[in-house]
Ligand binder design. Structure first.
Ligand code: TPP
Ligand code: MG
Length: 621
């Protein structure tokens, strides 16, 4: 009589027809499978109560509320893909490049606060995740990455596609372990999830395809546990802070993403202290609306008003921000910082006091200790300056008479026609600057970018993640032509899943931001020109609607048409290639550099570009 007997080497299970009797071995009950051409093909579960690691992992993810796995399949992931296919709760979203999958997972996690998952097959497959995972980690997005590993018996032999995920992903994760045998189930995935949610960032599990098929009868270790504690500074620290705030008269608030849930408390603080509020880029969506104390952003791409509000304060109160630019901190003011992460305190500047606490909870405790100030003079000066900065910026959008399409005008139009709850994703480079300056927030709109990691090509993949999660909201990618073409393949993912993403390509035929950096440093911009195809025609040939915009008067109708369409649309806008992003505080060395650049251009006989640059940036403004 013939039996199915499971034989296994250390890595693979063979199911064979033999004449042996049924062994009293638990391994007998493992899932069967065939091995062909190096691929493991799972067949069936013989014993109902035992489950493969792959099945248990998918169950655990489902119980943690995961809705989808963003990734590219590969042999070592096949058992997981198979389990996902059987699951009613989790869907596999197939990308063309794993980096796009990681960015999309990061967007999902940032928008929802829930755990999001991405995956790459062994070696090159998961290596492709890495830049996107850096972005997730630095944005504190709770993301679990499944990095498939080569078959376990070959680890350490220099085998085909071998890498060491436990080393590679160390720097971009809170937790990074190889799941190397069934006895680590289910606690390793559970610990990984607890890290991602609790510490906010990336966890990575390395898993060999053969190990994923090991079985055990344990399926669950209890639910994923996650709650939000109330973290407030000690009472004595709050009194000390209140003393400082009551004493000073020119107090500026620098507000970051840690103020996410504290809009109303911030307004009360602004009122009591008569304080201008500067926000960071990541704080913009949560702070820069319904805010009579708003004086704009500071930093390299910020506003003069933001810079001066900080510089001229006598006390700067940092709230939930790790604003990284040392040069933009005030040179004379006393500085106090409140942050939920102790490691952020005093990291960028010298503090008089540092308090550990959640911004909202801390303000709730602090507000009753503060005396209301009546002198508005500092606030009013800052607000006046903001008004002037804003007017100057807004004047840049009124360029209909020019033949060139300014990115400012394009962004202002996007802002005007987009829905009240639109989700914007902005590429690093020019689009981030324009989004920071011209997209208006209202408490419902969302703005994503690669604001901490600063990677190009983030916007379109983030838009994919956003649109998958919110199929009925407008999702608009503000893509640089450089950024867009870097992960352009994933336009096919948009098409395949029929996602109604709208991609606006700021087509300046250039790596414009870098060209600007070179010019400011007094260099001639080399290796920054891009020869682009007609992106609209390309998108059209891929099954999207493509719209090419070459004239100012076409901008608004094209955007309106695109937003009215149900499906995905790419709008390829030929914008002015010589726009410069002038920082609010130009260092003497930068100004001098810019003059040298102009001189070099003239000496090179490239007077036309010099004229265009002057024309674009100084004369018509
Ligand atoms: C992955 C990556 N590569 C290179 C850079 C350096 N970099 C920053 S902005 C930029 C140019 C972006 O060009 P584009 O997307 O066309 O936007 P533009 O600035 O022209 O509007 C480059 C090369 C980066 N930040 N990330
Ligand atoms: Mg460009």
């Amino acid at each position: 009589m013939g039996f199915w007997v499971v034989r296994f080497t250390r890595s693979m299970y063979y199911v064979q027809l033999t004449t042996k009797t049924k062994p009293h071995c638990p391994d007998y009950y493992r899932s069967g499978g065939d091995i062909a051409a190096g691929l493991y093909l799972p067949t069936k579960t013989i014993h109902m109560s035992s489950k493969t690691i792959a099945a248990q992992l998918v169950e655990i993810l489902a119980s943690a509320g995961v809705k989808r796995i963003h990734g590219v399949v590969g042999d070592s992931l096949n058992s997981i893909v198979d389990e996902v296919h059987k699951s009613s709760q989790i869907e596999w979203i197939l990308y063309r490049h794993e980096e796009a999958a990681a960015f999309a997972a990061g967007a999902e996690a940032q928008l929802t606060g829930r755990l999001a998952v991405c995956a790459g097959s062994c070696g090159p497959g998961n290596l492709h995740l890495i830049n996107g995972l850096f972005d997730c980690h630095r944005s504190h997005a709770p993301v679990l990455a499944i990095a498939a590993h080569i078959q376990s018996e070959e680890i350490g032999t220099g085998y085909f596609q071998e890498t060491h995920p436990e080393l590679l992903f160390q720097e971009c994760s809170h937790f990074c372990e190889i799941l190397s045998n069934v006895r680590q189930m289910p606690h390793i995935p559970k610990i990984a999830i607890q890290h991602a949610l609790g510490k906010k960032g990336v966890s990575v599990i390395g898993l060999s395809g053969d190990i994923a098929l090991e079985t055990s009868s344990e399926a669950s270790d209890g639910p994923v546990l996650y709650g939000k504690p109330r973290l407030v500074p000690a009472e004595a620290d709050l009194y000390e802070l209140a003393g400082r705030l009551n004493k000073h008269s020119r107090i500026t608030l620098l507000c970051g993403i840690g103020c996410r849930e504290a809009h109303s408390e911030l307004m009360q603080l602004g009122e009591k202290l008569q304080s201008p509020m500067v926000h960071t880029l990541r704080g913009k969506e949560f702070i820069a609306y319904d805010n009579p104390y708003d004086v704009g952003m500071s930093g390299l791409i910020g506003l003069t008003s933001g810079y001066y509000a900080m510089e001229e304060s006598d006390l700067l109160l940092m709230l939930g921000t790790d604003f990284p630019y040392r040069d933009w901190y005030p040179s004379q003011s006393e500085i106090v910082q409140i942050d939920i992460r102790p490691e952020n305190l005093g990291r960028r500047c010298r503090l008089s006091q540092g308090l550990i606490g959640d911004v909202r909870e801390t303000l709730l405790q602090l507000l009753p200790l503060l005396e209301a100030k009546s002198d508005r003079s500092f606030l009013d000066t800052c607000l006046d300056r903001y008004k002037t900065s804003r007017e100057k910026l807004d004047a840049n959008t009124l360029n209909q008479s020019s033949e060139l399409i300014y990115s400012e005008y394009l962004t202002a139009m996007i802002d005007k026609v987009a829905a009240d709850d639109a989700i914007f994703c902005a590429d690093v480079g020019g689009p981030t600057v324009w989004a920071a300056r011209y997209l208006t927030m209202n408490g419902r709109r969302r703005l994503l970018g690669s604001f901490n990691h600063g990677s190009m090509a983030n916007a379109m993949p983030q838009a994919i993640g956003a649109q998958l999660e919110y199929p009925d909201r407008q999702v608009i990618s503000l893509s640089g032509d450089g950024g867009f073409s870097m992960l352009m393949g994933d336009i096919l993912t948009i098409r395949q899943y029929k996602l109604p993403v709208k991609i606006v390509v700021f087509n300046n035929r250039s790596l414009g931001f870098v060209a600007m950096e070179m010019k400011v440093a007094g260099l001639l911009p080399h290796a920054t020109d891009l020869e682009n195809p007609d992106f609209a025609a390309m998108a059209q040939s891929m099954g999207l609607t493509g719209i090419r915009v070459e004239k100012n008067e076409e901008v608004q109708p094209a955007l309106e048409k695109a937003l009215a369409l149900d499906g995905p649309v790419l709008i390829d806008v030929l914008v002015n290639p010589t726009e410069l992003v002038i920082p609010p505080k130009i260092a003497f060395s930068q100004a001098k550099g810019f003059g040298i650049y102009m001189l070099k251009q003239l000496l090179n006989g490239e007077g036309i570009e010099v004229w265009q640059t002057i024309d674009s940036n100084f004369i018509k403004r």
